[in-house]
Design a protein around this ligand. Sequence first.
Ligand SMILES: [Zn+2]
Ligand SMILES: [Zn+2]
Length: 117
Amino acid sequence: MTTPDVFPLEGGCDCRTVRYRMETRPLFVHCCHCRWCQRETGASFALNAMIEADRVTLLAEEPDIVDTPSASGKGQKIARCPKCSVAVWSNYAGAGPTVRFVRVGTLDEPDQQQGKR
Ligand SMILES: [Zn+2]
Ligand SMILES: [Zn+2]
């Protein structure tokens, strides 16, 4: 992406119990149209920002980690708000725990217009 550097960016779930800050630009942003992502998001595709786990700072409560089957068969761990169950990121067996797939839709500014609140 060629957007100006607007990081850090904050995001979180609907009820604001889970809040996080993406400290730096993600490794890349991945748009997945597979049926699994469609089911999980209820939309036509999932937009995930791949980022190192240590670049994501938790600002509020810890999300619940839910073991969920994945297309690869190895499973994934989806971090969901304990109250409203919105998924904020997931970890895939293939990439390991050090890489988080942050749901771009949970960012306060998904379009990365500006870094303000
Ligand atoms: Zn919530
Ligand atoms: Zn997918």
